[in-house]
Design a binder for this molecule. Structure first.
Ligand SMILES: *Cc1c(COP(=O)(O)O)cnc(C)c1O
Length: 448
């Protein structure tokens, strides 16, 4: 029984993330032997539909043949070389390709290995930019209420989730938060857009008072993931971009979760109107820093990137060493990870993924009517390939119960509080969407 053995060994030798290990005295770990497409298989041949893309990273399924091939070919040529003083084809190609795809003006790519490190880089670059520009007092940040930007110390300083932050407050710099444009908090009769504009007015007040000391405003565009898939109107992004320009504050778009097609466009920032004026037809705002990770490598290898502008880049370009951005990680720009990312981008193009996803979203929204109308379901919402809703439940441990019941029904769901969300790989078929909705309804019915 490799199964039982593996569980016991894992519990004693592996400290699992985001987990109270004692809970595994009663809750079993799920040992996974292999993955194929939408499905994960355990050692007994039981399978689970990966409806959360393995923590939001997997875009085109497990063991995707095209990504496997790309990594294998690269493996035979060069597995890794340091990126300080050296370069290689995959990292150059990826940087050029990303610059073509991203909102205009983001021509410089700085790499790291995970999302939180990308956030650290953006925060440090922003402060260092102002320092190099003779404005060293601009060193604070603003984020949204309930924001999540990762769990290293700098990233926690712009994260507003008490559970992740509380124990470390002595280590963390205090930064301000402003109202989240979460449309669930709109007054009755107030549209999501009006509420977004009203929240942006609060950001304006804050900037008016504090802009002298503020380096950057950081935001998860369109969807605040870890807050429970909080969704808001893109007008907020438009207004926030205008305000950041007006008050000389950088705009950091954390698209670690929402980038790579997740919200229905390649990048979420594309969905904001250029300006809120009535005649504005041009779409998209460009951030000063765009952070990507999670889906960037198709869910294969740890890779993140911070893309930034020529203005920022030039402020570091000088004879003096200390003016340069001296940040580094050992695995910066790893060739295997870059190849996985290039293969991922190629699939987007070859399979016309953005358009195909639009049809899939229409289908899922149609078959999800019974969920939307369910008497115990509230705030059913969708942005691109993300769905979420709250379930009325008397149980404090709703998330855990739902997770366990889902496994019995061949589903990997990982609710946050009483919010159930779907964030499936883009290869999900209509039959799999049917199964997802049907089994979710059965789970809700079973948790009275
Ligand atoms: C996951 C996530 C991060 C952190 O990425 P890690 O790779 O887990 O460090 C940062 N920001 C957002 C919006 C995320 O969803």
């Amino acid at each position: 029984m490799p199964n039982i053995n593996l569980l016991a060994r894992s519990r004693s030798a592996v400290w699992h993330p985001c987990t109270q290990m004692k809970h595994h005295e009663t809750l079993p770990l799920i040992p996974i032997q292999r993955g194929q497409g939408m499905w994960l298989y355990d050692f007994d041949g039981k399978r689970y539909l990966d409806a959360v893309s393995s923590w939001w990273v997997n875009l085109f399924g497990h063991c995707n043949p095209r990504i496997n091939t790309a990594i294998t070919l690269q493996l035979e040529q060069l597995e890794h070389v340091m990126l300080a003083g050296f370069t290689h084809e995959p990292v150059v190609q990826l940087s050029e390709r990303l610059a073509q795809l991203a909102p205009v003006g983001l021509g410089h790519c700085f790499y790291a290995s995970d999302g939180a490190s990308a956030i650290e880089i953006a925060l440090k670059m922003s402060v260092h930019y102002w320092r190099n520009s003779g404005r060293p007092h601009k060193s604070n940040f603003i984020s949204l209420q309930n924001s999540y930007h990762g769990e290293t110390l700098g990233a926690l300083s712009v994260t507003d989730v008490a559970l992740f932050k509380g124990a470390y407050s002595a280590l963390i710099k205090q930064n301000a938060t402003v109202l989240s444009p979460d449309w669930r908090n709109a007054e009755s009769g107030e549209s999501a857009r009006d509420y977004a504009v009203r929240c942006a007015a609060q950001l304006e007040t804050h900037l008016q008072q504090h802009h002298h000391n503020i380096a950057a405003f950081i935001i998860e565009p369109l969807v605040q993931g870890a807050a429970g898939m909080v969704m808001y109107h893109p007008a907020y992004l438009t207004r926030a971009r205008e305000l950041c320009d007006q008050y000389d504050v950088h705009f950091i778009a954390d698209e670690i979760a929402v980038g790579m097609g997740r919200t229905g466009t390649m990048f979420a920032c594309e969905q904001a109107e250029k300006s809120l004026g009535r005649d504005s037809t041009e779409e998209g705002v460009s951030p000063d820093f765009l952070c990507l990770s999670k889906g960037l490598s198709g869910g294969y290898l740890p890779l993140s990137v911070v893309m930034t502008t020529d203005t920022i880049y030039q402020a570091f370009y000088a004879d003096k060493v200390t003016c340069g951005f001296l940040h580094s990680h050992s695995y910066t720009g790893n060739p295997l990870a870059c190849r996985a990312a290039l293969a991922t981008l190629e699939i987007f193009e070859q399979d016309n993924v953005i358009a195909t996803n639009r049809n899939k979203a229409v289908y899922l929204n149609r078959i999800a009517e019974p969920l939307r109308d369910h008497p115990r379901v509230k705030n059913f919402r969708n942005t691109g390939m993300i769905w979420a809703f709250e379930v009325d439940s008397l149980y404090d441990d709703f998330a855990q119960r739902c997770f366990s019941l889902a496994l019995e029904k061949e589903l990997l769901l990982r609710p946050m509080g009483n919010t159930i969300y779907f964030m499936p790989p883009y290869i999900i078929s209509e039959a799999e969407m049917d199964m997802l909705v049907e089994n979710t309804l059965a789970i809700i019915a079973a948790i009275i």
